[in-house]
Design a protein around this ligand. Sequence first.
Ligand SMILES: *Cc1c(COP(=O)(O)O)cnc(C)c1O
Length: 396
Amino acid sequence: MNRVIPYGKHYIDEDDIQAVVEVLRHGALTQGPKVAELERSICDYTGAKYAVAVSNGTAALHLACLAAEIGAGDEVYTSPNTFVASANCALYVGATPQFADIDPQSLNLDPEDLQHRCRSSLNVRAIIPVHFAGLPCDMPRIRAIADGCGAVVIEDACHALGASYADGSRVGNCRFSDMTVFSFHPVKGVTAGEGGMITTNDEHLYQKLLMLRSHGICKGNAGGNEIMNPANALEADELRTWYYEMQVLGYNYRITDIQCALAISQMNKIDLFLRKRQEIAATYDQAFTSLDAVECVQLAGRAQSSHHLYVVRIDFERLGLSRHQFMKRLASRGVGSQVHYIPVPMQPYYENRGFRLQDYPETERYYAEALTLPIYYDLSAEDQKLVIESMYSLLQ
Ligand SMILES: *Cc1c(COP(=O)(O)O)cnc(C)c1O
């Protein structure tokens, strides 16, 4: 069978393996010290005040919506060019997802279109910008639009751990948002196997997130969460030893110490990971300048991006070759590729709820042309050369 270079891949070294083995030999498997250690590591790295680790990025989005008290009758704006989870979180809390179109170069929410659509909506409660492929959105603009309609901002930064805003500060510091969400799925830049994180600078949101992560249960007056029923909780001013109190409807969205140990170890390598991805992107950018059929995108933001994905646009219609056929030809040369994303409004579930791709013309055009090429930490120079040569031989 011929080997196919994947479009993305995690990287695990001996230190990662040892970190996990250490927890298995000596540590608590869940609710132990590794959870807080990973949270601290993400706070230190991003500059956020608080971080709450959860079981995956989708759970992180769900809890962020719950903590922001988004619910029935509320509208939540996000990008159509994203994974379904960015919009589904609105549905989880009974709100209505809405989409604005993307900018054809950044492939992120187009602030003009977002502003226009938000102005004609009555109940915009949240905006969830997605930093597509690791390129941060224009956050000062998006914050201003949100402020204009009294909405909260939850950044979907699942692609963007390690990316920075135009002002040079790190994504996740919540300078322009109420909360920021990350994922540690193996296709993302840093992995825990499965895992997610919410960062915030708001202590009230932080306390709510902690409680929602674990059944809505409060175990005492620790932190900011107060006991609601002191008559049941206290005996001679002491908290009864067995006491716990469910105050809100929460979930079991906890992450294990095993997963956190892996992510902590991965965080030690994040600068290496990012530098390598940047080099790979620069090599592609350079190589494709002389290949007319390939349009590079997101070039203006290269210095800010975490380069989670390397995406190009190809006019397959003009080429007279379907993308499916093209991807099969690449694969037969050993080159894997992918499409990010099938726009959320055209998913049958969303179409059945009245959404239409044609309402987002830039997204529709981009989707017809999108192709994701391999980028990951241990993509070898030879393998990248094979990708570039295959593109030339199929497109020149
Ligand atoms: C991966 C991803 C998610 C979901 O994260 P999981 O950890 O897989 O639940 C949400 N949004 C975006 C943009 C993603 O890429």
